[in-house]
Design a protein around this ligand. Structure first.
Ligand code: F6R
Length: 641
């Protein structure tokens, strides 16, 4: 047992540091690595680093590059071994891990090329075993790994050690799990293109490093982290074997930590400050655990389930139940833009002004529709001036097959001999590109733009279903996205100013956005940060003081009930309108990754989430609706109003 652990951390079998943001975490990890590299260099010793790829370490590598450029951190005495590589991919393949490492780190620092080791994806199958043994020998020869950097996959894999990998496994060829391949589908433009095999260091190889640093960001990692950190050690979650290492530490952000006991049910691991939000969380989770409506909870239910201290503070279950029931009741509104001429003292949205200017931000087409199509429909129906802003075109998410179909349509049209010859030429060039493209070729600027048109056309069609005025549907085409690609987005001041200019133009009474718990390197996560920065700079503008900011939930994870501050019920007919709207995004079929144990299309996921939210309210003893969309007020600095 680790004696440095606090009472709240008692269930954690891996030492865990939780940071407000991934930026804060990577600064700490990079500083520790830099210290080690400098100390060892002074003693004329090499530092041997085990490195990972994927979204997680990207910011860490950026910070190391910054330290190299600005603080003279040298990598001359650094030797690296990467965890894994797809089998079958050549090193110069855009999705190979070797290529990833070159682009994200190696080419920006002064590491000698002979010090770099990434498994070779092209080793012929019969030679793989010997090759893997040789890889291990090289690690030993280098003196063993000083520090191994790790990310975690949603299957609980580390490296490519998928469920079933034992603690003694060594470097070897493995086949990739279905969920892992699905998660990689976006990078490979379709699950079918994702290699089925990889070479990976084994769990045993990883455990031999002198120090391990596990990094994880975003709420999509929360449940697997909980299992790895607090659960039993098991082959079904290979990351749980990290618990055996005497010097392993995890560095995670708040959304990724949200399922750990100390955040999920803090009253079970020590004394807590019973803030109103925590009280609501405790009562709702007690009612859900006991499958009882809130108003039927008894004193003994509280005292027998670790909530005696809450009863002591609040008096009796009777008054507490009523208080929480009313709070939940007051989150429900069919008037997301406020109910004109009504007493709004217990409503989430003020009645005045009766006609509001509403600004809805969608990171890509479909995000806002999945999160709040029903609410958008209501806002429009109630006569508010609704502007829907798509921050990016989402063109990277359009498969070639969709482009081919649209080009086919255009071809039909341009058959007309009077058609513009220039246009015909352009269409022909697009057709040739799509027909001759190999799966991993980059799209030309023209093809990317064309794919953006497809998504914009789908978005407009879906907005029409919701009754939105198309002159108020804006495509901002933020430069970070239009000039970048996945994992290589570089948001800048230009993106922030575009958002800020729009806010100043509209001067909204309400803003809706999403992405608060998203992976910070995803389009949603980056969009959220940009909005946060832009809104922070508007802080002193007159409109900003009276503007409410609402966050809609991402398609993969609905808000837990206790966090919901506005729930907008959808009737069966309204739910049909929502689904009709979602169906118009046909290029996005099976593109969105889903949560473990859940499958289907993103619109099925959204429908499921909205129905589940309604059922949860019903079970807590509130009215029974068909479905509900849910929102919470922003607690982020710059957005907190
Ligand atoms: C990559 C690796 C993987 C990733 C994991 C998380 O070298 O070893 O285990 O760390 O799949 O991936 P991201 O960071 O993309 O969420």
């Amino acid at each position: 047992m680790d004696t440095s652990q606090t009472e709240a951390e008692q269930y954690e079998h891996i030492r865990t540091r939780v940071f407000p943001s991934s930026d804060d975490a990577v600064r700490v990890v990079a500083a520790a690595l830099a210290r080690l590299i400098r100390d060892r260099s002074q003693e004329r010793l090499n530092t041997v680093l085990g490195l990972a790829t994927g979204s997680t370490p990207v910011k860490l590598y950026r910070e190391l590059i910054r330290m190299h450029r600005e603080e003279g951190l040298s990598f001359q005495n650094v030797v690296t071994f990467n965890l894994d590589e797809y089998h079958g991919l050549p090193p110069n393949h855009p999705e190979s891990y070797r290529h990833f490492m070159e682009v994200q780190l190696f080419k920006h620092v002064d590491i000698p090329s002979e010090n770099i080791h990434v498994p070779d994806g092209l080793v012929p199958r019969p030679e793989v075993y010997a090759y893997c043994q040789e890889y291990e020998r090289k690690i030993r020869e280098a003196g063993g790994l000083d520090v191994q950097i790790l990310g975690i996959g949603r299957t609980g894999h580390i490296g490519f050690n998928e469920p079933g990998s034992g603690p003694d496994s060594r470097t070897r060829l493995v086949s990739l799990d279905r969920l892992t391949r699905r998660d990689a589908a976006r990078d490979f433009r379709g699950e079918a293109n994702v290699p089925g095999y990889a070479i990976t260091m084994g769990v045993g190889t990883i455990l031999q490093a002198r120090e391990l640093a596990l990094l994880a960001w975003g709420e999509s990692k929360a449940s697997i982290l909980r299992a790895a950190i607090e659960g039993p050690q098991s082959e079904s979650i290979p990351a749980s074997f990290l618990q055996r290492h005497p010097n392993c530490q995890s560095y995670i952000d708040e959304p990724a930590a949200s399922e750990l006991t100390r955040f999920r049910v803090p009253w079970k691991v020590g004394t807590v400050d019973w803030k109103p939000s925590l009280v609501r969380k405790a009562v709702v989770s007690l009612a859900a655990d006991l499958k009882k409506p809130v108003l039927r909870l008894r004193d003994e239910d509280y005292s027998e389930n670790g909530l005696a201290s809450l009863l002591m503070e609040t008096g009796s279950s009777y008054s507490l139940n009523i208080r929480i029931f009313n709070e939940l009741q007051h989150t429900i509104t069919g008037w997301p833009g406020g109910k004109p001429n009504a007493d709004d003292s217990n409503r989430p949205v003020p009645a005045n002004p009766a006609h509001k200017r509403v600004l809805v931000f969608s990171p890509e087409p479909l995000d806002a529709e999945l999160g709040m199509a029903g609410t958008l429909h209501r806002l429009v129906g109630h006569g508010h001036e609704v502007t829907l802003v798509y921050l990016t075109s989402g063109n990277l998410g359009v498969p070639d097959s969709e482009a081919r179909m649209a080009i086919g349509l255009l071809n039909e049209l341009s058959e007309n001999p009077e058609g513009d010859p220039q246009r015909r030429k352009r269409i022909r060039a697009l057709a040739e590109e799509v027909d001759n493209k190999k799966p991993f070729d980059e799209d030309s600027a023209d093809l990317r733009k064309f794919k953006g048109f497809i998504r914009k056309a789908e978005a407009r069609a879906s907005c029409q279903v919701l009754g939105l005025d198309l002159s108020r549907v804006i495509f901002l085409d933020l430069p970070f996205y239009e000039t970048g690609r996945y994992r290589q987005f570089r948001p800048s001041e230009e993106d922030v100013s575009a958002i800020r200019a729009l806010c100043e133009l509209i001067q909204p009474h309400q803003i809706y956005l999403t992405g608060s718990g998203a992976d910070p390197s995803s389009v949603s996560g980056i969009s959220f940060q940009l909005l946060r920065t832009a809104l922070e700079t508007c802080r002193n503008d007159a409109w900003s003081g009276r503007c409410q900011t609402w966050i809609y939930a991402a398609a993969e994870r609905p808000w837990p009930i206790h966090e919901i501050e506005m729930a907008v019920p959808l009737s069966p007919a309204e739910l049909s309108v929502k689904l009709d709207c979602l169906y118009h995004h046909r290029s996005q079929r099976s593109q969105t990754p889903f949560l473990e144990n859940q499958s289907g299309e993103s619109w099925q996921q959204a429908e499921h989430n909205n129905r589940v939210t309604a059922q949860q309210y019903d079970r807590l003893g509130l009215a029974e609706y068909e479905a509900m969309e849910s929102f919470r007020r922003s607690r982020e600095p710059g957005l907190a109003r």
